[in-house]
Write a protein that binds this ligand. Structure first.
Ligand SMILES: Nc1ncnc2c1ncn2[C@@H]1O[C@H](COP(=O)(O)OP(=O)(O)OP(=O)(O)O)[C@@H](O)[C@H]1O
Length: 234
């Protein structure tokens, strides 16, 4: 069963076609990374799937689960709500607070429930955003460069955290990233977008934990860098 079905999906800004007819099936529970040069259409595709592309001309068919969460590069927390308030925003029912606290515990921030977002580091804010996404138990998690603004060490920690949480909740994931290693550490499949088309659909048949020193990892990295048109030997 496909969680996500795209048929000849096209999007244009004015005369400029940004997505040139994308056909794609992503099975439920698959972790897919979407990589591509700047301007290749990654965010446009993700926003189309998220249902956030108002004002863009388009055609094609798109089937995606209604229960979806979106993560952005910035946490987009409401500064006037506490950390817990942000996580539970819009949740109803008597269990909402407990669910929020459990989600904060999942990301290691149970002690900061009453804090204001402004008092948290960038990495902590992204962890809150992750808790806010997952507390809704989405069938589809859409993430647009969620770790792009974080330092390298925090990013590695976030990879481990995201992986652990995805293993537990099993949503289908579409992760936009610029980072080839991030894609290869996390995803079961990597799509390379080039000028609005899928130029490469690469399975990542490696078990976890994945090691960058694994020669198969290195082969996949070369394949991706080649598809991205990056010269490896300098
Ligand atoms: N609102 C808009 N109006 C006009 N053109 C746009 C708009 N949003 C995006 N574009 C254009 O569409 C193309 C694809 O943009 P998109 O943001 O999807 O690329 P991207 O692959 O996510 O890039 P990046 O990696 O730099 O974020 C770009 O050429 C961009 O200039």
């Amino acid at each position: 069963m496909s969680a996500l079905r795209l048929r000849d999906l096209r999007r244009s800004f004015g005369q400029r076609e940004v997505l040139g007819g994308i056909t794609l099936d992503i099975p439920a529970g698959q972790f897919v990374a979407l990589i591509g040069r700047s301007g290749s259409g990654k965010s446009t595709l993700l926003r189309a799937i998220a249902g956030l592309d108002d004002g863009v001309a388009g055609s094609g068919r798109l089937e995606a689960p209604a229960r979806r969460s979106v993560l952005f590069q910035d946490s987009r927390l409401l500064p006037w709500e506490t950390v817990l308030g942000n996580v539970t925003l819009g949740l109803s029912g008597p269990g909402a607070r407990q669910r929020g606290l459990a989600a904060l515990a999942d990301v290691g921030l149970e002690g900061r429930a009453g804090a204001w977002p402004g008092a948290l580091s960038g990495g902590e804010q992204q962890r809150v955003a992750l808790a806010r996404s997952l507390v809704r138990q989405p069938a589809l998690l859409l993430a647009d460069e969620p770790f792009g603004a974080l330092d390298a060490l925090t990013r590695l920690r976030m990879h481990a955290l995201l992986f652990r949480l995805v293993e537990r909740h099993r949503p289908t994931v579409l992760l936009v990233t610029h980072d080839v290693e991030e894609a290869l550490v996390l995803a079961q499949r990597v799509l390379v977008l080039d000028a609005g088309e899928v130029a490469l659909d690469l399975p990542v048949p490696l078990s976890h934990p994945r090691r960058r020193s694994d020669p198969r990892f290195e082969d996949l990295r070369h394949a991706l860098l080649g598809a991205l048109g990056v010269a490896i030997e300098i």
